[in-house]
Design a protein around this ligand. Structure first.
Ligand SMILES: C[S@@+](CC[C@H](N)C(=O)[O-])C[C@H]1O[C@@H](n2cnc3c(N)ncnc32)[C@H](O)[C@@H]1O
Length: 276
């Protein structure tokens, strides 16, 4: 890839998603663009950049961001967050539920990728409230910048390799087994799918379409792409969407050190907004 083409791709990706591609990501980007070159019939990255500059370029931009951003995820990723939910966060929220006017437990999976994260949380909440009645209505909002990945998430269909890593009893309780053409595939059961709503959202653009605040926000493994000022802006935007005493869960490799946020670290990668 010619250096000025790489610079152009870096700039346009940054402007539209704030994903900050380093100087050393040229090879990775080049490999990922291969797919888009084939899909658009362009013979070189130079030609592909011309397409992005042309009036029809804005239609292609979403596809470009899709291939650049990594969607890697899996069920019950970062177990520490699930034990924090069970041991600290849910008992605390349940205790405060009676004094606060919280009709529902609201949770936001802010970069949900193909759905494994919000579905894992929905399953964890179901297990928790089955073991600790009374139940509490739940609403999970799940957003991502990529429409392609959201379509997968909404379908909630996963290959056997993915589901077989879960405890057998959990897989049986929460997944339907595919037959015929669907053999080898598993689908999240409707009771879990129904509490998760998927929507496209660029975390760094405009206002999230929510009117009510959340008790818990997960924003995991997306901030690593952003530079410090963008991370700070994002963390503060998320904080504004939390109830007082609400919880923000970030990826375990995403340190918020050096960021002004006013949140309290209560466990690794687990923060709480002050109560007052
Ligand atoms: C590595 S996945 C993380 C998925 C999940 N949170 C986890 O930890 O397993 C990162 C996701 O962030 C999304 N993403 C990247 N930039 C974004 C932005 N500006 N707004 C919203 N989502 C974004 C990508 O499309 C991708 O699905």
């Amino acid at each position: 890839m010619r250096p000025h083409d790489y610079q152009f791709i870096r700039d346009i990706v940054y402007r539209h998603s704030r994903i900050n591609l380093g100087e050393d990501k040229q090879e990775l980007v080049s490999a990922r663009l291969g797919k888009r070159l084939r899909a658009t019939g362009k013979a070189s990255i130079g030609e592909y950049c011309d397409l992005l500059r042309s009036p029809s370029g804005s239609d292609e931009l979403g596809n470009l961001i899709d291939v650049i951003s990594t969607n890697h995820t899996y069920f019950f990723r970062e177990e520490g967050h699930f034990s924090a939910l069970r041991d600290i966060i849910l008992p605390d929220l349940v205790r405060r539920r009676t004094t606060e006017s919280w009709a529902a437990l609201r949770l936001w999976s802010a970069a949900c990728s193909s759905g494994e994260e919000p579905y894992s949380v929905a399953i964890a909440l179901d297990e928790y409230f089955n073991a600790h009645p009374p139940s509490w209505p739940r609403q999970i909002e799940a957003t991502d910048i990529s429409s392609r990945i959201l379509a997968k998430a909404e379908a909630g269909i996963y290959p056997a390799e993915t589901v077989s890593r879960l405890p057998a009893a959990m897989a049986k309780t929460y997944f339907q087994t595919g037959y015929g053409e669907q053999t080898g595939l598993f689908r999240v059961k409707p009771a879990i799918r129904d509490i998760v709503r998927f929507r496209r959202l660029n975390l760094l653009e405009g206002q999230p379409p929510f009117t009510e605040p959340f008790q818990i926000i997960l924003c995991r493994n997306v901030m690593i792409y952003f530079d410090r000022p963008t991370q700070e802006e994002l963390v503060n935007r998320l904080k504004a969407r939390l109830v007082p005493g609400g919880y923000l869960l970030v990826g375990h490799s995403e340190s918020l050190t050096g960021i002004n946020h006013g949140l309290k670290l209560i466990r690794p990668a687990t923060y709480q907004k002050p109560l007052r």
